[in-house]
Design a protein around this ligand. Structure first.
Ligand SMILES: *Cc1c(COP(=O)(O)O)cnc(C)c1O
Length: 378
């Protein structure tokens, strides 16, 4: 082991986060009310545009859970969900005792396959139940096939919950991720493109839904002069301290997106020399990825290059890499649930690796990585 550890995607503070936290301390608004929360929500609403209404919450997972509640997902309901994702996309479906139905990816974006989606909808309809929601994901920052998926959702009148946890700053046809769902979510977990230390937002296009989201996230407390409740609620609001970090981070978002995209160009220079290794990239000009994580897939080859071997080389050099998300339909947790598709996402999982993609990746770290990747054929 040598040198300082190079992480996959560590937090990268901008500079003014402490100022906003200090404001919270100075005014004694250190809990779930205060000007940081209001300003953070407003900043993101302005950034996203398209009549977005934002509710700041304790996590992206909480935001998906609230989205399911807003769509009245209950026990026994079908919810269609991209299989190739982090478990947080699907866990809230189980919180509601609903039934997840998993959908395969297509090859160009690695996100939800329109054909598999339609097959799954037809299956649910045959069971006599229209699915209550479609959870799409923009994995690793790559927008999903927005037009095709939206068309199917409209045809069958099923609302979309857009899990853009990883895709703040990404765009499809110049429109930002986070504005494509009937409800959308973004995560500010520590490993995401910007962070609030932990947190998330729910985005809607409708003030009433946003009011209801806030109500559900604050224990479903009714507006009376005593504590009055008639349905189950949660303690999911973001704190004013976290929102202060978020305000500072929003000031550097554009820089962070450019840095991630520079990382992508850096890897592209390296991997263009290897026929057996594909760097995952935008399929065409309609797609603009924040390249949250750079990922490669390794085809069978005569040089004994495998994801395990690369991972080992990196570990020996104190560099963090990760395998791709293991699809939900291959997880023990979801063993009994239906899956539609040809297991493309399982194949991607088998041959893929995520590479260090932090915005604070130094030139020194990059040359270390470049050196390691220059001589991997045997
Ligand atoms: C990080 C992530 C989430 C969950 O966000 P948290 O803020 O960690 O709860 C959901 N979906 C995807 C695809 C994610 O990567």
């Amino acid at each position: 082991m040598q040198g300082e550890k190079i992480w996959l995607s560590p937090p990268h503070l901008g500079g003014s986060e402490l100022k906003y936290i200090q404001d919270a301390f100075d005014t004694n608004w250190i809990s779930q009310y205060g000007s940081n929360i209001d300003a953070f929500e407003k900043t993101i609403e302005d950034y996203l545009g398209y009549d977005s209404f934002v509710t700041a919450l304790s996590s992206g997972t909480a935001a998906i859970h609230i989205a399911l509640r807003l769509l009245d997902v209950k026990e026994g309901d079908f919810v269609l969900c991209q299989s190739f994702t982090f478990v947080a996309s699907a866990n809230p479906v189980l919180y509601q005792n609903a039934i997840p139905v998993f959908i395969d990816s297509e090859a160009s974006t690695w996100n939800m396959c329109p054909n598999a989606l339609e097959d799954a909808i037809k299956y649910c309809l045959q069971q006599g139940k229209k699915p209550k929601a479609i959870i799409t994901v923009s994995l690793y920052g790559m927008p999903f096939m927005v037009d095709e998926i939206t068309e199917i959702a409209k045809k069958y009148e099923i609302p979309i919950i857009e899990d853009s946890a990883e895709a703040l700053g990404s765009k499809y046809k110049d429109r930002p991720c986070g504005t494509f769902g009937d409800l959308s979510i973004i995560s500010f977990n520590g490993n995401k493109i910007i962070t609030t230390s932990g947190g998330g937002i729910l985005i809607s296009r409708n003030q009433q839904l946003t009011d209801k989201a806030l109500y559900l996230a604050t224990q479903a407390k009714e507006n009376r002069d005593y504590y009055s409740h008639s349905e189950v609620g949660y303690n999911y609001r973001m704190s004013n301290i976290s929102a202060g970090i978020g305000r500072g981070q929003m000031e550097v978002l554009e820089d962070r997106i450019l840095k991630r995209r520079e990382n992508h160009s850096f890897y592209n220079e390296i991997f263009k020399n290897y026929d057996e290794i594909d760097l995952f990239a935008e399929p065409n000009d309609d797609f603009y990825s924040n390249y949250w994580l750079n990922t490669i897939t390794i085809e069978e080859n005569n040089y004994q290059i495998t994801k395990e071997k690369l991972k080992k080389i990196f570990i020996e050099n104190n560099i963090e890499t990760r395998y791709l998300w293991k699809p939900m339909h291959l997880q023990t947790l979801f063993g009994g649930y239906k899956f539609f598709g040809n297991n493309l996402c399982g194949i991607l999982f088998d041959k893929g690796l995520c590479l260090p993609s932090g915005t604070n990746l130094t030139d020194e770290s990059k040359s270390k990585i470049r050196d390691l990747l220059t001589d991997i054929r045997v």
